[in-house]
Design a protein around this ligand. Structure first.
Ligand SMILES: [Zn+2]
Length: 64
């Protein structure tokens, strides 16, 4: 008998993640060239963008 459990990591979607710096909804994904990833709200994405751009592919969700 097998039972599948959904874990939070299995439920990732565009809008279910939280900023790594605050609890706001994450709107920006930064794929680091080291293989890691960070998620930020718009506020923190803007704050860290200059530092991230040389090392990460920055993907923004949604439009405003
Ligand atoms: Zn934030």
């Amino acid at each position: 008998m097998t039972t599948a459990f959904a874990t939070p990591n299995d439920l990732r979607s565009d809008t279910s993640e939280r900023c790594d710096r605050c609890s706001a909804e994450a709107k920006v994904l930064a794929l680091l060239n080291t293989g890691g990833e960070l998620v930020f709200c718009r506020h923190h994405a803007r704050e860290h963008r200059a530092a991230l751009e040389p090392l990460a592919l920055i993907i923004e969700h949604g439009a405003d």
